[in-house]
Design a protein around this ligand. Sequence first.
Ligand code: ZN
Length: 242
Amino acid sequence: MKFYEATEDTSLGYTGNLDDAVHKWSLPGAQPCPTCRAGGGITGLQYPCVDLSSLPEHELKKLSDPWPVPAEELARLTELVRPFVPSWAVLKPGAAFGPITGKGINRVGDLFMQTPWTLLLRREALEQLQSSGLRGLQGCPIQVSFRGKNPPELLDLQLRLYGRLHTACFPPDLKPPCPTCGNPRDKRLPDPIILDAATLPTGVDVFRLEEIPGYIFVTERFVDAVSGLGLVGVKFQEREAR
Ligand SMILES: [Zn+2]
């Protein structure tokens, strides 16, 4: 099986955008680590199908503010959210939940990437891809108001996390992770990305890379289905898996 990285394709003029678009709730960022100073949030941990609206208002307010909080408070909020998320979800600072809210510009293709880590599909496109047998496609509504007539009905994909980068794509002088917080101290991303084939999923056709969740990958089956149906808005670049 071949694997591809999905990125936005504006070549056909699909330059739509969601202004100030954020998921409704998120875990706050982490305060800087005393050893390596890393803090803030992780990009790409998004669970748009999670509904936290039954939590008390004062907690939802805390889950609407990305400002870093002490580790104890972060742990408390993480446990508060855990019963609402799928068992496979990775919960780290900055993890986002619920529908994207904001305003939109309606020039989106069948598939639309708001950011490299946010893949949305028009409802018709999602249904066509599901009917063609693709696995792992769960889309949830967004709360974005579009100007003009015929606003697109976009669904935000809730993607599971799988897979690691192959050790061969890291430089030999890679620094070990921080002994205090476990965060990587070397922020350089491998170029080119090589995937560790043994860690890639066999039962889904679209997923986030667990090691770098800001990257979305699809299988050859996904690329073939998109191209067979003539769907546009996203391009795919093959990445070596070994
Ligand atoms: Zn650290």
